[in-house]
Design a protein around this ligand. Structure first.
Ligand code: FAD
Ligand code: NAP
Length: 541
């Protein structure tokens, strides 16, 4: 950020748009708004661009969407210049990519770092937002865009006695910037979600003893990560236009081999062969082997059972294998974990799995923690305990809409949006990756790009027509909430106690948050709505 910081005594700085967040979404918003000639600023609590890939630098952090696809598609020059080294890039490479993008498009000059947005208050008379920060600055913007991230508020469970622990506590989602060396240490990991599944094999390479505390067994499939071949890189560079276009016609904004048959219409032998082929190929492609895996319990079980058989084959200790197979939900109804040697790691004699479903963690002590009256002693404990997802970051900001209505109050019974883009009662405020959007079910870079394209196009359009405000109507919002619920209820996804439902946060209202009806459908719909001059939105001068 180039301009001098404001002080509390300055009058609010006038902007066309204030963006909160400088991850994939915030960065692209800056680029787009600048091209449109808008004055804008993106504010981020981090000292650098990157969002997710700035904060989550735990050992083993990688993307689960193939690197070639998990990247921006808006610039042909960028597609041509950037070279991914591996099928699934690791955090340092993804972060380097984001910094490269920031440099290439000179994004930082419209960004303010190390600054948290604390409130955003709408003024009914001026139709503008007053945004304040923890550094005492104030901004007066016609539009405000929340690009605050769906997984940006780490969840720190409150265990009794946590403050007494003499060792170090880390959270995967807020990992220190400097290297952490666990050599020779006794380490405990709490959680077995995607972050844990990625970090456990890496941490196990260093530790003397490693204990993993598992509450819910997860399904994980191998990434089969490897360097990209020169042919693969060249093929992407020659075909990316068609490939990007095609990915936007899928329900997850990602190219996969989408199985066209039901798992139940083929023989058990054929299924086994197909699951095995996909297992060997690696990645989340495994979960798309048949078209009814997340629709039909019986079909789903064929897929889940295959993974359980794999666990039996890989994990030598039968008790550990048994515990790793106690999944309580249908496969692929939480984002499928992909790993490198997760199950294999349990064959190391110093790696132990502890069940904390039947006996939850009781308390932390000076030396470690206790489960079922037994004390486990550690030098370090890693919380791989996830995030207050989708609503956490926006609700950390005191957002007040028309007539001072707090967003917290509006969302008391669960989050509500129109298309995942706007909330009724909050004019000129847009959100990226909000509840009601397909976001977390997709290759998120692509769904982010399309959300940003739509938001920036919408703002440019209504300004051209000299409207002063745009606001989702209550009725359109109500109908969209119904559509989001219906889409989820047609699938097995509500059967998992996942962060999609808010089930991981004590006291959070349980509402299925993402739209699972298909990215392709959503994309067509939002542009149809734009063509109808923003049907379902109220425009006023
Ligand atoms: P973020 O990258 O989360 O950026 C949001 C930014 O907003 C943060 O930098 C945060 O500091 C800032 N912020 C929030 N609140 C405030 C505030 N009040 N004031 C100032 N700043 C604020 N998705 C995929 O599609 N594929 C993957 O492989 C994949 N891997 C993932 C791996 C991990 C470990 C995690 C946690 C998530 C992963 N995701 C993946 C999801 C990922 O979050 C998205 O792909 C994407 O990076 C989100 O970008 P964003 O810009 O919307 O949000
Ligand atoms: P997560 O999936 O929510 O997993 C959190 C883990 O911590 C779960 O095993 C949970 O158990 C456990 N846990 C939480 N509180 C606990 C407590 N009090 N006691 C015991 N266990 C507790 O979080 P995450 O692993 O960070 O992943 C979140 C999302 O980020 C993923 O779904 C994915 O979208 C994204 N992500 C992607 C990748 C990737 O592969 N690219 C990597 C990391 C993250 P329960 O299940 O019982 O609640």
């Amino acid at each position: 950020m180039t301009s001098a910081p404001q002080t509390a005594t300055d009058s609010p700085k006038k902007l066309d748009v204030l963006i909160v967040g400088a991850g994939f979404a915030g960065m692209y918003l800056v680029h787009k708004f600048r091209k449109l000639g808008y004055s804008m600023l993106a504010v981020d609590a981090a000292p650098e661009v990157g969002g997710t890939w700035y904060w989550n630098r735990y050992p083993g952090a990688r993307c689960d969407v193939e690197s070639l696809q998990y990247s921006y598609s808006f610039s042909e020059e960028l597609e041509a210049e950037w070279e991914w080294s591996e099928k699934f890039a690791a955090q340092p490479e993804i972060h380097a990519y984001r910094k490269y993008v920031a440099d290439k498009f000179d994004l930082r000059k419209d960004m303010l770092f190390n600054t948290k947005v604390t409130s955003a208050i709408f003024n009914d008379d001026t139709n503008r937002w007053l945004i304040t920060t923890d550094q005492g600055q104030a901004f007066d913007a016609k539009y405000c865009v929340m690009a605050t991230g769906p997984l940006s508020v780490p969840l720190f469970p409150k265990f009794e006695g946590m403050e007494n622990f003499k060792g170090k506590i880390y959270h995967t989602g807020k990992w220190p910037q400097e290297e952490v060396d666990f050599s020779g240490q006794r380490v405990g990991v709490i959680g077995t979600g995607s972050s844990a599944v990625q970090t456990i094999p890496e941490i196990a390479k260093q530790t003397k003893e490693l204990y993993i505390f598992q509450r819910t067994a997860n399904y994980s499939v191998p990434a089969q990560n490897r360097p990209l071949t020169e042919e693969e890189k060249a093929s992407w560079k020659n075909n990316f236009r068609q490939l990007r276009k095609k990915s936007r016609t899928t329900r997850v904004a990602m190219l996969h081999e989408f199985g066209q048959k039901s798992a139940l219409e083929v023989s058990a032998e054929e299924r086994e062969k197909e699951y095995q082929r996909r297992w060997e190929k690696g990645g989340t492609n495994f979960g798309y082997a048949y078209n009814d895996i997340i629709l039909n319990e019986e079909a789903n079980k064929t897929c889940a059972d295959f993974v359980r058989r794999k666990i039996d084959q890989i994990v030598k200790d039968p008790k550990t294998a048994e515990l790793l197979k106690t999944q309580t939900y249908p496969i692929a109804t939480k984002r499928l974990c992909i790993d490198t040697d997760f199950y294999e790691t349990f064959n190391k004699d110093y790696v132990h799995l502890v069940d904390v479903r039947s006996n939850p963690i009781e308390r932390f002590t000076e030396n470690g923690l206790t489960v079922a009256g037994k004390e486990y002693c550690f030098d370090s404990i890693i919380l791989a305990t996830g995030f207050d997802a989708m609503t956490g970051a926006v609700l950390n900001i005191d957002i007040r809409g028309k007539e001072g209505l707090p967003l917290k109050e509006k969302w008391e019974a669960g989050p509500r949006t129109y298309l995942g883009l706007q909330v009724a009662g909050f004019p000129n405020l847009f959100m990226v990756n909000a509840p009601g959007s397909p976001s977390v079910f997709t290759n998120m870079v692509i769904s982010i790009e399309d959300s940003v394209n739509w938001i920036t196009d919408c703002i440019a359009n209504i300004d051209k027509q000299q409207y002063q405000r745009i606001e989702a109507s209550e009725q359109a919002e109500e109908e969209w909430v119904h559509i989001v619920n219906e889409a989820a209820n047609k699938t097995l996804v509500p059967k998992a106690n996942s962060w999609y439902l808010g089930a991981n946060v004590p006291g959070k209202t349980r509402v299925f948050m993402p739209y699972v009806g298909g990215f392709d459908k959503w994309l067509n719909l939002i542009w149809e709505i734009a063509e109808k001059n923003y049907e379902g939105f109220e425009l006023s001068k």
